[in-house]
Design a protein around this ligand. Structure first.
Ligand code: LLP
Length: 421
């Protein structure tokens, strides 16, 4: 459920007509709803009620500080994967004790930064990383809390580019070698081994892969405890999928996910951490764009928009589907046209949808890409020298630009010309 709904013939974000924001901000832009963000965070938080837990929002999905602050004010922690994300979370007021540092290639500098600023836990993914962290923490006179990310060799049954839990993926250490690696960790100075971490992929629409992975983690917890490790925290990663089409998809709800966690891991008495990104912010954001031209091709019509693959790369990168709806509600029965929906960028990959049945649209009309809140703005680039587009947050009847559109001048001035030119 989200808060982008037609009222009186116009798409609204909560209580604000999207047309009003488009007039004030210009197109294209990302638009988020506070109510949807909050609702989705609470669903997870409530799903784990009764277990000691922390929901660490995977801020890679959408990292604007206004979004982080909204979630942090509800009690969210953050899952970060770079020094930049760590500092951004801090800037949004999230204390180090609520920040988990994931990622397969943390640099020494990033480790120092997080140890100096305070950190809840590093999710360590390899022996060399563990040795580096031990040396750096010892040098700094600190103790680094760690969980070791295990790779359970489970098929997440999702798009190959976002599956992470098979042995061929670069992530984690093979679960078969976990006991050996925990023994190594326990012998290293400057580390406090607090738990186990697992994350098997993103946009999972079935609980079974999770269940398989978590059952393996439960078994491992018992073995590691028998080996003398004080395993007290389990980080279960993110990955729960969202419906991208309104009709046929019904991925499991956070409540089902929570119940499954309780079933597979509840008896261990561990503190549970989860790292959802997409489910919190995906359907809390839309991309608003304007039709520049409708062009009739030989055997199809092209809807040419003012947004492009540099603004929303998911269709080009993962063949992802996003529903595209008119901002002005179409008259009943107006669903008669088939379009290829494209952007202005100079490559054929800049195609949002092929052969999409849509209401008839004209130049100047506004459209909204649904489910664009996660991995939208954060994956944008300035390809074709198109400035990054603004982000706007709605709260009931108010809206605010939370990242402004840079001017062409600001974008161009970032280049510097060497002396010899
Ligand atoms: N934790 C870790 C360690 C992760 O690598 C990820 C996502 C998450 C949590 C959050 O997963 P989520 O709940 O959002 O599924 N750009 C792709 C998705 C990449 C996901 C990367 N890791 C897309 O647009 O579909």
């Amino acid at each position: 459920m989200d808060h982008f709904i037609y009222h009186n013939g116009t798409l609204h974000a909560e209580d604000v007509p999207v047309t009003e924001i488009a007039a004030a901000v210009g197109t294209p832009f990302y638009l988020y709803s506070t109510a949807t963000l909050s609702r989705h965070f609470r669903l997870f938080d409530e799903a784990l009620e009764g277990m000691d837990h922390l929901v660490c929002y995977a801020m890679k999905a959408a990292s604007n500080q206004a979004i982080l602050k909204t979630l942090a004010s509800l009690g969210a922690g953050m899952d970060v994967v770079s020094g930049g994300e760590y500092l951004r979370a801090q800037a949004a007021g999230v204390p180090g004790e609520r920040i988990v540092f994931s990622g397969v290639g943390k640099t020494h500098e990033e480790m120092r930064l997080a140890l100096a600023g305070g950190i809840r836990q590093f999710n360590v993914e390899s022996e060399p990383e563990m040795e580096a962290l031990s040396a750096i923490a010892t040098q700094m006179g600190k103790v680094a809390p760690i969980a070791i990310r295990v790779n359970p060799d489970v098929d997440a049954r999702t798009h190959a580019k976002i599956a992470t839990g098979k042995s061929e993926n670069k992530f984690g250490i093979p679960i078969s070698r976990a006991r050996e690696v925990y023994a190594l960790a326990a012998g290293l100075p400057g580390l406090d081994v607090v738990g186990i971490d697992v994350h098997i992929g993103s946009q999972l629409t079935d609980l079974e892969p999770f269940r398989l992975a978590y059952a393996k983690v439960a078994e491992l917890t018992e073995s590691l405890r028998a080996d003398g490790h004080d395993i007290r925290r389990l980080d279960l990663g993110g990955g729960l999928g969202i419906p991208y089409t309104r009709s046929n998809e019904a991925p499991p709800l956070p409540t089902d996910y929570g119940a499954m966690i309780r079933e597979t891991l509840g008896h261990l008495g561990c503190e549970i951490e989860i790292e959802p990104g997409r489910l919190i912010v995906g359907n809390a954001g839309i991309l608003v764009s304007r039709v520049i031209y409708v062009k009739s091709g030989e055997d199809r019509d092209f809807l040419i928009l003012d947004s492009a693959m540099n603004d929303l790369i998911r269709p080009a990168m993962y063949d992802a589907h996003h529903d595209i709806i008119p901002v002005e509600e179409p008259a009943p029965g107006n669903d008669g046209r088939i379009y290829d929906v494209v952007g202005p960028v100079c490559e054929s990959g800049d195609t949002f949808a092929r052969g999409r049945q849509m209401p008839e649209l004209n130049a100047g009309d506004l459209v909204a890409f649904r489910s664009a809140g996660a991995y939208g703005a954060v994956m944008a680039s300035e390809y074709n020298s198109r400035p990054l587009i603004p982000e706007v947050l709605v709260h009931e009847r108010q809206f605010a630009v939370i990242r402004a559109r840079p001017t062409f001048d600001e974008m161009i001035k970032r280049d510097t010309i060497p002396e010899w030119l």
